[in-house]
Design a protein around this ligand. Structure first.
Ligand SMILES: NC(=O)c1ccc[n+]([C@@H]2O[C@H](COP(=O)([O-])OP(=O)(O)OC[C@H]3O[C@@H](n4cnc5c(N)ncnc54)[C@H](OP(=O)(O)O)[C@@H]3O)[C@@H](O)[C@H]2O)c1
Length: 355
């Protein structure tokens, strides 16, 4: 049996931190021993978060690696992009394993991160290309063995999680053409984090649906990186996100041209079910049943559904997740579980309270 582990949560007061703490409150083998933050630093937890009491009502502290290493075996970093890279080298040096929820270690090369996250790169000079290469991309259903032995896991972004779960089984089997893939995705406003942003005000985002980041959204290159690794040559695809008037939830609809136009929706559903037969976080719906974000709200589950349009030769895969759970903190806890020698879904909710 794996030993119990002590966990530091850095960025505790943010959305990812709050979900992580809520999930860990029900965990049979993990205890939270350090809370880190910046503006919340020095304050008692109950002052800032009266709705989520924590044992001993800890004080939030600055995330100093020495202090974290003194009390924690593993750390979850849920920080704005560019900040994890300031902590990770020192945490690893001190023997603390890390699950980072930001994009800092999602690219295999530091140069690519510096290109895609150029504004953050200007604020955070980095030399840790070796760690970018060492980090394991934490898409649990595809990297389980590598995550088990990793010191550093980069949890995928929310859009890449939903999109890649839909795409990879078909790309991996060579059943779709890698050129011409389109991902049309919708997310709730919590995807932008807890810090105030004008476009996420109720008056701006409510009663409206709007695209953003069309051509060049940062998650495009993240999805392309993984798709290219699976296919074995560079893949370029189209990704258009939309902001929906809801708090949480993410739906990605992926379009790709089938290599064999004779394949049916039943064939593709069978393939998808086989790909995820041992993953309790991923459920494939029957043909003709389409996923709703409400069906996965507050859970670590992804719901997938496939259709085939025989007239156009298009495969259509729909993928719904909770952006803050399977798209962020829940996947982070899955990674912690694997790194601690536990089954991936230990302590994680898979069923929603509906509606
Ligand atoms: N939201 C999503 O759906 C989602 C999904 C997947 C991945 N992600 C990624 O996960 C990361 C966290 O996102 P989020 O939405 O949870 O962000 P958030 O709600 O804005 O929270 C950010 C947290 O970082 C802390 N922080 C900021 N500057 C800090 C500093 N210099 N030192 C220490 N702590 C600092 C804040 O603490 P104080 O309040 O104490 O300043 C806050 O707790 C981001 O990189 C994001 O891209 C987000």
């Amino acid at each position: 049996m794996a030993a119990d582990k002590r966990i530091a949560v850095i960025g505790a007061s943010g959305y990812g931190g709050l979900q992580t703490l809520r999930l860990l409150a029900d965990h049979p083998h993990f205890s939270v021993t350090f809370l880190g933050g910046e503006r919340s630093s020095g304050r008692r937890w109950s002052e800032i978060t009266p709705f989520l009491p924590l044992e001993g009502d800890p004080v939030v502290r600055p995330p100093e690696p020495e202090a974290i290493a003194a009390v924690a075996d593993l750390a979850v970093l849920s920080l704005p992009n560019g900040l994890a890279a300031r902590l990770v080298p020192e945490l690893l040096q001190r023997g603390v394993k890390v699950v980072d929820l930001s994009a800092d270690y999602r690219y295999r090369s530091l140069a690519q991160w510096q290109e895609v996250y150029a504004s953050e790169a200007r604020e955070t000079p980095r030399q840790d290309n070796d760690l970018c290469q060492e980090a394991v991309y934490g898409l649990v259903e595809w990297q389980e063995e590598q995550i088990r032995t990793a010191r550093l896991v980069a949890a995928p972004g929310c859009f890449p999680t939903a999109s890649l779960l839909a795409l990879l089984p078909f790309l991996n089997q060579g059943l779709i053409e890698p050129a011409g893939i389109i991902i049309d995705a919708k997310t709730g406003s919590s995807g932008g984090g807890r810090a105030a942003k004008e476009h996420l005000l109720l008056a701006e985002a409510a009663e409206a649906v709007a695209p953003y980041g069309v051509v060049g959204h940062r998650h495009t290159s993240e999805i392309e990186q993984v798709a290219s690794q699976v296919v074995g040559h560079p893949v370029a695809l189209q990704f258009s996100p939309h902001l929906m008037p809801m708090v949480r939830g993410l739906l990605a609809t992926v379009y790709a041209r089938l290599g064999d136009p004779g394949l049916t929706a039943d064939d593709c559903t069978t393939l998808l079910k086989a790909a995820y037969r041992s993953s309790s976080s991923v459920e494939v719906l029957p043909v003709g049943t389409y996923p709703s974000t409400k069906w996965v709200r507050n859970t670590n589950r992804a719901l997938l559904s496939v259709q085939v349009d025989r007239r156009t030769g298009q495969l259509i895969v729909m993928s719904a997740i909770d952006n803050l759970i399977k798209g962020q903190a829940g996947q982070g806890v899955q990674c912690l579980n694997l790194m601690a020698g536990l089954p991936a879904n230990t302590g994680l909710p898979l069923l929603p309270f509906y509606p």
